[in-house]
Design a protein around this ligand. Structure first.
Ligand code: SF4
Ligand code: SF4
Length: 483
């Protein structure tokens, strides 16, 4: 049997339109230990993120209500939207490149859905209800006191953790101080905030208690993108059918015969003598442990499937079996489909190189834009519906509205200068300073000597100066009578 990309899945999540509940078996092994370590780091960062600050600013804030965003303590405003757009583009190309090379590693290792489900909720479930058979038996049993107690305990803890995630999620949006006010102040004053927390709690609870792997197998669009992104050179979690087939139950005498002839080959990436060529059987003993541990309920031996989240649990399970029967590890491993078939080492493809070049270029552009991003953003508009006015002393005036966004964490004293001969400025709504991380509005007249006006619409430049340094300059037009 040849593994193939996007084989139809032997989906076990539904049977005759009825969902079949999955009971993944507890797995142990090196990949699972590494994933646990990665998950702890991820969870620590996720929960600490909104509560950490840098120079008085939250490290991360995604305040869509006030359109204010903080990444690593740097504040981004709606005026910086082009940076966010390029950042998103870089992220998409990065994910595409990563998927082309390494498959769906993101899903199994750092996707919040998998991390929470497998490393938090599943562990609690196993702690309370036991391993796969115990959980299956408990679900099938009538509602005894033990079952009511276990289910109540489990779902109460699930609800509490969902509540905690919902609060953290909201802290990322409104900030930790606003969240503290919502949960400590009089509830009547924060009905919207409290309702949002309860709504998020309900969503997280439903996802982790009931929807579970369906998010990865059916709802998430990223999984479906695999058919476009993966090719035969992509390194994925895959079953070595050349070595494993024909599968069959282990027969002790056959096993001894093979061992005595020293046919156990450890380096399957170079010269390989299939076990099957000598005793007619492959290395897969059809124990189905790889299927039992799979959190999406698939059989990796049927080829690469969209439902596979690259969690590597089947690798750990199979390695353990290989250790026990004295075969080399890696019957299920990270390899490309081409590598499995040809036994040749992995190589870069044209597509990978192309994506890498685009990624490097985009990162260069993003880096340059971030580096050259101005500290102050100015918007200057002529007051709508107003033309020019003649004033004493042969002057003509236009009224302007100005908005300053100070993107730094320091207050900046500001003055304005008009770069035009004989031009003066008269403040109506003065701005003398731009407060840190704030938007300030002002209003002023620009006055020009009438005799210097040559066009009905004169082009001007207004400079924003702070302590002798021009922080920003904007172009505008001045309406006036033509001589
Ligand atoms: S765990 Fe390994 S040996 Fe067992 S069925 Fe799966 S592939 Fe075959
Ligand atoms: S097939 Fe293996 S890597 Fe893929 S989801 Fe199942 S256990 Fe995880």
């Amino acid at each position: 049997m040849t593994p193939h990309l996007n084989a139809p899945s032997p989906s076990v999540t539904t049977t005759a339109n009825k969902r079949q509940w999955l009971y993944p078996r507890v797995v142990k092994g090196r990949y699972y230990r590494w994933r646990t370590g990665v998950a702890w780091i991820f969870l620590a960062m996720l929960f600490a993120g909104p509560f950490l600050s840098y120079k008085g600013q939250p490290l991360f804030l995604f305040n869509i209500l006030e359109r204010k965003f903080n990444f690593f303590g740097v504040t981004f405003w709606p005026q910086d939207f082009y940076l966010v757009a390029i950042g998103l583009l870089v992220f998409i190309v990065f994910v595409a490149l990563f998927t082309v090379i390494y498959g769906r590693v993101f899903c199994g290792w750092i996707c919040p859905q998998t991390v929470f489900l497998e490393m938090v909720f599943r562990k609690i479930e196993i702690w309370i209800e036991g391993d796969y058979n115990a959980r299956r038996r408990l679900d099938a049993s009538p509602w005894t006191t033990e079952k009511i107690w276990k289910k109540s305990l489990k779902y109460s803890i699930f609800f509490l953790i969902s509540f905690l995630i919902a609060n953290t999620f909201l802290a990322y949006i409104i900030g930790k101080d606003a969240l503290l006010t919502v949960i400590t102040d009089n509830p009547a004053n924060h009905l919207v905030g409290l309702t949002t927390i309860l709504l998020f709690t309900g969503v997280f609870y439903t996802v982790f208690a009931y929807v579970r792997e369906i998010v990865c197998t059916t709802i998430c669009p990223y999984g479906r993108l695999q058919s476009v992104l993966l090719d035969k050179q992509s390194v994925i979690v895959t079953y070595d059918d050349v070595r494993g087939e024909p599968r069959g139950k282990l027969v002790k005498n056959e096993e001894l015969k093979v061992k005595n002839k020293e046919l156990v080959v450890n380096d399957y990436s170079s010269v390989f003598i299939p076990h099957s060529s000598l005793n007619k059987k492959g290395d897969c003993i059809d124990c189905k442990l790889c299927v039992q541990v799979c959190p999406t309920g698939i059989d990796i031996r049927n080829g690469n499937q969209m439902e596979c989240v690259s969690c590597t649990q089947c690798i750990d399970a199979c390695d353990d079996i290989m250790d026990k029967i004295g075969r080399p590890r890696g019957l299920i491993r990270h390899d490309s489909l081409e590598g499995i078939q040809t036994r040749k080492p992995w190589r870069l493809t044209g597509r990978m190189i192309g994506y890498s070049v685009v990624l490097v270029l985009l990162m260069g552009v993003l880096g340059f834009l971030l580096w050259s991003r101005s500290d102050l953003d100015t918007t200057l508009l002529r007051a709508p519906g107003q033309l020019y006015q003649r004033e004493k002393g042969g002057l003509v005036s236009n009224l302007y509205l100005i908005e300053l966004v100070n993107k730094t964490h320091q207050v900046k004293p500001v003055t304005f200068r008009v770069d035009y001969p004989g031009a003066t400025l008269r403040m109506v709504q003065p701005i003398t300073k731009a407060p840190a991380d704030e938007l300030t509005k002002g209003m002023f007249f620009i006055l020009l000597p009438e005799k210097s006006i040559r066009e009905s619409s004169t082009k001007l430049t207004v400079q924003v100066v702070s302590e002798g340094v021009v922080l920003d300059q904007v172009k505008t037009t001045f309406l006036g009578p033509v001589q």
